[in-house]
Design a protein around this ligand. Structure first.
Ligand code: SF4
Length: 564
């Protein structure tokens, strides 16, 4: 609700007739590998991004060719859970249409990159054939609902995951457009009242993210979500959820109206109230979010502009009841726990590290072949973690040896023999496929992580679990702003350095220095690691130390300079 004119994207959504746009004509046009202007926006709601290979841009322009257009297809997998049969089906699609590379994402999804326009329809049909979907995996809607991945607290996890699935289903777009465009569904008249009882004709002002966490694991970085449900259990029974609102990682360099923010806890709801809370939080943001400036259109800004008390009041008015006081919860970590874990029900779960989330064969580490071999014999399920790793979950104890043999045969134990910093580091995709990337990220992470580990070794800190994240732009896809060390792309080879996040995802880091080249970043870290090695307290994390030492967290005038 604002007096300012809506952004052009609002018009595109409104004209799209509930996400149909002119997608069918765009897809059928053989002259170009791209879609029409408005359809590039609309197809995001169908889980697809138009991209082009940025490594080839200059060469193709010189040859007077259009950019090498291709598409990223994101599969919606609530809680990251899929069956071995689904895994094999998606792998086959990746082999056929996406250069045999599946990428696990930070929101527990799978992305296929490099799909050509002529193959889009059969790719999406095949995804639906194996009972998965891509609808609303991107776009101004509620995206895939994430949920703590490791099912060691088996009963509680099952319940929390079931809630995540219910919310995921409840907030799916209701339009028939997806069926008409991709699945040759029958074309029906759009009813007079429209097709979207929850979203309306212009959907959300921007993307909307919901997460479910089961303490003590904060693997989902729950406070980075617009809406967070944090499970509260008593005597092993789920009694409800703390509700937190207004998290979000994205910002824009140099625009003070944009910033990362952690979700604030506003109360507690009972399990039977979860759907109503989710629907009405979405409703408040749908009605009050900023539709004139897309960089300022997330729930976090609505809350900061109007106040958290206003937000809670508006939500409770719509709910018709008040949230109860929040219950204290305690998180102990954000990262994954690699290797085998036995659940309360005796089932075994193996968390594998997947570097960069890429499922491919790479020298001795044959992830694609090995995981397919596991899928062929596995009787449980796969779980994609919010840290881009994979759990071979629910292995009957008598089958554990079979899985271990396949892991060894294919070199899938990439979590052993690496420093914790390297093991837990995370990056976004960035170049060459992401159109917003200002600097390298995924391709740079192995190199910079190795150099940071070398510094840690110099100071005897190589066994420390320090969280490093790298992104190619400030949008924050790898949740950099809660890491202890984050590099956020500014220009080719240059990054802004953020320091001081925590190990439990409950504190933002701070911008320390801007536009740094690698040598400058390493010089700063070298000095800070030396201080940390000398002055840390027992069990004190690097981010916590930086706060105590006044490198971050102190008022600007009193802050100790991050030197070099
Ligand atoms: Fe692209 Fe930026 Fe997201 Fe990285 S953080 S994938 S560069 S939008």
């Amino acid at each position: 609700m604002t007096d300012k004119a809506p952004s052009p994207v609002e018009g595109i959504k409104e004209r799209s007739r509930f996400l149909r746009g002119t997608l069918e004509q765009s897809l059928a046009d053989p002259v170009t590998g791209a879609l029409g202007h408005d359809d590039v926006r609309i197809i995001k709601f169908h889980g697809v991004y138009q991209q082009d290979d940025r490594d080839l841009r200059a060469e193709r322009a010189a040859q007077k060719l259009e950019p090498a257009y291709n598409f990223m297809v994101r599969i919606r997998i609530p809680g990251g859970v899929l069956t071995p049969a689904q895994w094999l089906a998606v792998d086959a699609l990746a082999a056929e249409h996406a250069g045999a590379a599946m990428r696990l994402t930070t929101r527990q999804s799978i992305q296929l990159h490099g799909v050509l326009k002529r193959n889009l329809k059969r790719t999406i049909r095949a995804i639906n054939d194996c009972l998965l979907t891509t609808i609303a995996a991107c776009g101004d809607v509620n995206r895939t609902v994430v949920c703590t991945a490791l099912p060691e607290q088996s009963k509680l996890h099952r319940e929390v995951y079931a809630h995540a699935q219910r919310v995921n289903r409840h907030l799916l777009p209701a339009t028939r457009a997806y069926h008409e465009v991709w699945l040759d569904g029958e074309k029906t008249e759009i009813p007079a009242g429209g097709e979207e009882p929850i979203y309306g004709a212009t959907y959300m002002p921007r993307k909307f993210k919901i997460g479910f966490a089961l303490p003590p694991s904060n693997d989902v970085d729950i406070y980075a979500n617009d809406l967070a449900f944090i499970a509260v259990a008593r005597d092993g029974e789920l009694v409800g959820f703390n509700v937190a609102v207004g998290g979000g990682m994205g910002m824009t360099h140099g625009n003070p109206r944009t910033y990362p923010r952690l979700a604030e806890t506003i109360g507690f709801c009972r399990p039977e109230q979860v759907i109503a809370v989710a629907e009405h939080v979405v409703g408040v943001q749908r009605d009050f979010g900023d539709r004139s400036d897309r960089s300022h259109a997330r729930l976090k800004y609505t809350i900061d502009d109007r106040g958290i008390d206003w937000f809670r009041g508006e939500l409770e008015r719509r709910l018709g009841f008040s949230l109860e006081p929040a219950v204290p919860v305690r998180f102990t970590h954000t990262g994954d726990r690699f290797g085998w874990v036995t659940g309360e029900d005796g089932r075994e779960h193996l968390t594998l590290r997947i570097p960069g989330g890429r499922i491919r064969d790479d020298g001795e580490r044959r992830f694609r072949t090995g995981l397919n071999a596991i899928a062929a014999v596995h009787e449980g399920d796969f779980r994609i973690t919010p840290n881009q790793n994979l759990i071979v979950a629910n292995v009957p104890p008598e089958r554990r040896a079979d899985i271990e043999r396949l892991v060894a045969e294919h070199g899938l134990d990439a979590f052993t023999g690496v420093a914790p910093l390297e093991r837990d580091a995370m990056s976004c995709v960035a170049l060459p496929s992401c159109g917003l990337a200002m600097a390298e990220s995924e391709r740079y992470l192995p190199e910079i992580a190795a150099k940071v580990v070398a510094l840690l070794e110099k100071h005897g800190l190589e066994d420390e679990e320090i969280l490093l994240r790298v992104t190619g732009c400030p949008n924050g896809c790898a949740r950099p702003y809660v890491a202890e060390i984050a590099l956020v792309g500014k220009a080719p080879g240059r990054y802004n350095l953020f320091l001081g996040g925590g190990r439990t995802g409950e504190r933002l880091n701070e911008l320390v220095r801007q536009n740094l080249a690698e040598g400058e970043i390493l010089a700063i870290l070298d000095e800070l690691f030396a201080d940390y090695a000398r002055g840390r307290l027992p069990e004190e994390g690097f981010g916590d130390f930086l706060h105590r030492a006044g490198v971050v967290g102190a008022p600007a005038g009193e802050r100790r300079a991050a030197a070099s």
